[in-house]
Design a protein around this ligand. Structure first.
Ligand SMILES: Nc1ncnc2c1ncn2[C@@H]1O[C@H](COP(=O)(O)OP(=O)(O)O)[C@@H](O)[C@H]1O
Ligand SMILES: [Mg+2]
Length: 284
């Protein structure tokens, strides 16, 4: 069914049209509800995310609540199999879960009985990395996410934002090709949420990751994204692909600029004209 594809060279040369990082091809996904009815969650979703070599790329799925965002993300993660259509990562068809993809959910997913450091080390433990090396790598990432002073704390001693930093560090330590983030800041208060948005961009720059980020917050999408995919109400289809212009700074202050507000207005207008109705929000 899928054509044989050559994986992209690890360091694709600039300008070479390499294999896309991620491709969804004619994706259809349905559920059967408790009454036995079919719920079509995703219908003919197509998209391509191309990575600029050497730079992290952040793609956002923007769509109303219940449209099928998490469903698409689960298919990319390999947690569910589409009814038809395919997901390709670096030209390889996704079949099941794998360490090349890491997921961060809205709810916190740390082990309650492990310290922050032990939580972050977990993925390396599974890989059989020896203790000294685990600690070294974990401490480096813990510092990047701003938790240096909390490495020996337990999750219950942390705020929501800090727990989410642990979740991000736990994912990044596996060096996934693709980081999948499903409304990761949805449960956080406004100030914390802004801090986490900045952190993501900061960590991204250092790690050269590709991130697929799901949100129904238009401002969050514009602030974070290199590219936004606007999804329809359920069943989810990709309606628009918006390249977000490069803002001079991705400091939180940029949200007050006319350039930023202009892009937010543009996205709102697109949602309006394509009649994407549902629960969206703009900032806080
Ligand atoms: N396990 C399931 N069984 C039946 N319906 C489901 C299941 N999971 C999700 N759905 C339905 O599929 C649609 C899309 O869900 P989801 O992908 O979670 O949306 P989103 O993440 O955009 O809020 C919703 O109508 C939801 O109720
Ligand atoms: Mg969801």
């Amino acid at each position: 069914m899928s054509e044989p594809t050559v994986p992209a060279a690890p360091q694709a040369s600039l300008g070479a049209s390499s294999v896309p990082k991620l491709e969804l091809r004619d994706l259809y996904i349905s559920y059967t509800d408790r009454a036995g009815r079919t719920v079509q969650a995703v219908e003919n979703a197509n998209l391509t995310v191309t990575n600029k070599p050497g730079v992290g790329e952040l793609a956002v799925f923007l769509g109303p609540s219940g449209c099928g965002k998490s469903t698409i993300l689960k298919a990319v993660a390999g947690l569910l199999t589409p009814d038809s259509g395919d997901v390709f990562l670096d030209g390889q068809k996704v079949e099941g879960t794998g360490r090349d993809r890491g997921m961060v959910f809205q709810s916190y997913t740390s082990f309650a009985w492990r310290t922050v450091r032990k939580n972050v080390e977990y993925g390396l433990e599974l890989q059989g990395v020896e203790a000294g090396e685990r600690k070294k790598q974990a401490d480096a990432i813990i510092e990047q996410v701003g938790l240096k002073d909390f490495a020996d704390s337990l999750p219950r001693q942390l705020s929501g934002g800090m727990k989410q930093r642990v979740a991000i560090a736990r994912t990044l330590i596996n060096k996934p090709k693709l980081v999948l983030m499903d409304e990761p800041f949805g449960a956080l208060d406004p100030g914390t949420r802004w801090g986490m948005q900045t952190l993501i961009l900061d960590v991204l720059q250092k790690q050269d990751n590709t991130v697929l980020f799901v949100t129904h917050d238009v401002e969050e999408a514009v602030f974070l994204a290199d590219v936004i995919f606007v999804l329809s109400a359920r069943p989810a289809r990709v309606l628009h692909r918006i390249e977000v212009p490069y803002f001079e700074s991705r400091d939180i202050q940029v949200k007050r600029t006319n350039q930023f507000k202009g892009v937010v207005d543009h996205v709102m207008e697109l949602l309006h004209t394509s009649k994407v109705q549902g629960n969206f929000r703009v900032g806080l």
